[in-house]
Design a protein around this ligand. Structure first.
Ligand SMILES: Cc1cc2nc3c(=O)[nH]c(=O)nc-3n(C[C@H](O)[C@H](O)[C@H](O)COP(=O)(O)OP(=O)(O)OC[C@H]3O[C@@H](n4cnc5c(N)ncnc54)[C@H](O)[C@@H]3O)c2cc1C
Ligand code: SF4
Ligand code: SF4
Length: 484
């Protein structure tokens, strides 16, 4: 146990008072209750070393950090589970990992994609290229070549009720997969030419190879799910049309819009929003960039993803502009950990950085971007809470010559496919938190459009919840049924 003690501050575990909030907030515990319970796993650390070394559980944590955000004692469970994985690897045991892959393959929709973006062991053993490569190979052999993704068999149609799903991101595809497996005829409507949502058009290829996503979607299609692309609900077809033709409708449209960035010159040619940029690149519509590019980074992870994608198009230079310090950008936590890795890669690929810098206006000539005026930022006097506000330093303005500016501010909800749907804060769709039903009977919503920006695994868990509710609704035909 000494090796594990070196990796984890076991003293901290004493602060856990077993309230179970971590388990209650964990999407994996919700989806795989017989396989995974973070609270119990935490407690087995003191008790059973053999179990720790060989158990699938530490490998099933999907790094969503919901437990950490909700734990009243602030315990960082994913960090602890990461240490256990490292401990197992250092003891030459990959048994737990292999069992975890089997569980993921059998129980989680989009298993291969999830292995890349949720369960990836690279996050545990980042210092061992050899193990990383062999594990990557294991994922491909185990899941893509010989696994679930190539062996789907169309489910027999057991129900006559038809279901329409709006949006083919992880939440919509999960509901489609679950309902098809229950024997419902399901049709997914997707406004883009390809299915997959942000896994297709947001997450860059270097983090999720598209052939992996294709394998997962192929499996769902083989189950009998029909996916109609290039159909925007609210435009090509109305929600009312779907309600007449289908017995239940799910809205899983995610957050497709970029948050606005109010700055002079944002309407010039050469200014593009980050999600638009990623979408166009991922769909092969942007294949080259003008020579000098700046990424204005408000959302750290989005900004780095965008900078790295831009670098792959090989312009002369890509500059990242960030209002705060480098330390702040790489700040720890879920994002921080990934940030550090991605940031290192981006610097290695040639990204230039301007920290404590903020744009004041985008400069143009004949309607085209020619530069970005920026100010250096300093720290103001501490307020009553001791916090120091960022303020532009007077007279520090300078100009960077540029041809393109990419604004990476963050995500906003998609436009609702119908005005009749009740919207809440920031235009998310309001749902009954238990049934996920909207104000319209038989119309459900799940994923980011209902719960805000999140992760793939949380969206998948939400898709599973929607499938259960729709199944319940169709079987009982009672609107808003809640089983207690
Ligand atoms: C740049 C980026 C990087 C990310 N990296 C990660 C990561 O590494 N790991 C991770 O776990 N998560 C990551 N995420 C988050 C993850 O992708 C999302 O949490 C997840 O995709 C949300 O799923 P969803 O099904 O709710 O919506 P989405 O994936 O957004 O899918 C919604 C779909 O609905 C379609 N649609 C919208 N309106 C209509 C309409 N009216 N008619 C028909 N179709 C419509 C859209 O075109 C889209 O295909 C990232 C997100 C972004 C943007
Ligand atoms: S939420 Fe925190 S305190 Fe509660 S059981 Fe989990 S780790 Fe322990
Ligand atoms: S990080 Fe997410 S998946 Fe892992 S234990 Fe916490 S809630 Fe569960």
């Amino acid at each position: 146990m000494k090796a594990l003690e070196a990796l984890i501050d076991l003293e901290k575990l004493k602060y856990c008072f077993e309230c179970g909030i971590c388990t209650a907030s964990c999407p994996i515990a919700e989806m795989l209750p017989t396989h995974y319970n973070p609270r119990i796993l935490l407690h087995s650390i003191h008790l059973d070393e053999e179990r720790l070394l060989t158990s699938a559980e530490p490998w099933l944590c999907a790094w969503c950090y919901k437990c950490n955000q909700r734990c009243p004692q602030g315990l960082n469970l994913p960090e602890i589970f990461r240490a256990i994985r490292k401990y197992a690897v250092e003891h030459g045991s990959l048994e737990g990992f292999t069992s975890a892959l089997k569980i993921i393959r059998e129980t989680i929709p989009l298993p291969a994609s999830c292995c890349y973006i949720c369960f990836h062991p690279e996050r545990t053993i980042d210092d061992s290229k050899l193990i990383e490569d062999s594990i990557q190979k294991l994922i491909i052999d185990y899941i893509i070549t010989t696994g679930k993704t190539t062996k789907a068999v169309s489910s027999p149609t057991l129900h006559k009720e038809r279901i329409a799903i709006v949006g083919s991101g992880p939440s919509g595809l999960t509901t489609a997969c679950e309902l098809a497996m229950k024997g419902y005829p399901v049709t997914v409507f997707e406004s883009l030419p390809k299915a997959g949502g942000m896994l297709r058009v947001g997450i860059p290829e270097f983090r999720l190879p598209k052939e992996v996503l294709d394998a997962d979607i192929g499996y769902i299609k083989d189950l009998g799910v029909e996916i109609k692309t290039n159909v925007a609900i609210g435009n090509d077809l109305m929600l009312d049309d779907l309600r007449k033709e289908y017995n239940a409708v799910l809205i899983a449209t995610g957050m497709q819009k970029d948050k606005e960035f109010n700055i002079e010159g944002n309407d010039l040619n050469g200014v593009v929003n980050a999600l638009d940029f990623l979408r166009q690149v991922n769909l092969g519509k942007i294949v080259e960039l003008k020579p000098k590019v700046a990424v204005v980074c408000v959302h750290r992870l989005l900004g780095i993803d965008v900078a790295r994608v831009a670098l792959q198009l090989e312009p002369e230079e890509v500059r990242l502009i960030y209002r705060r310090s480098k330390k702040r950008m790489l700040f720890h936590g879920r994002i921080g950990e990934q940030m550090q890795k991605e940031f290192k890669e981006a610097e290695r690929e040639g990204m230039k950085t301007h920290f404590m810098t903020w744009p004041t206006r985008i400069l143009g000539k004949d309607g085209q971007v020619v530069g970005l005026e920026c100010a250096r930022m300093g720290l103001g006097k501490p307020n009553e809470k001791g916090l120091r506000k960022l303020i532009p330093i007077e007279g520090s303005n300078f100009v960077i010559d540029l041809d393109s500016v990419i604004l990476a501010v963050g995500q906003a909800p998609s436009i609702s496919p119908s005005e009749e749907i009740e919207l809440g804060e920031e235009n998310s769709v309001i749902v009954n938190p238990v049934t996920l039903e909207t104000n319209l009977p038989g119309v459900y919503a799940c994923g980011e459009i209902a719960w805000g920006p999140s992760t793939a695994i949380v969206s998948i868990a939400s898709g599973k919840q929607a499938a259960d509710s729709i199944d319940e609704f169709l079987r009982t035909k009672q609107v808003g049924t809640i089983k207690i």
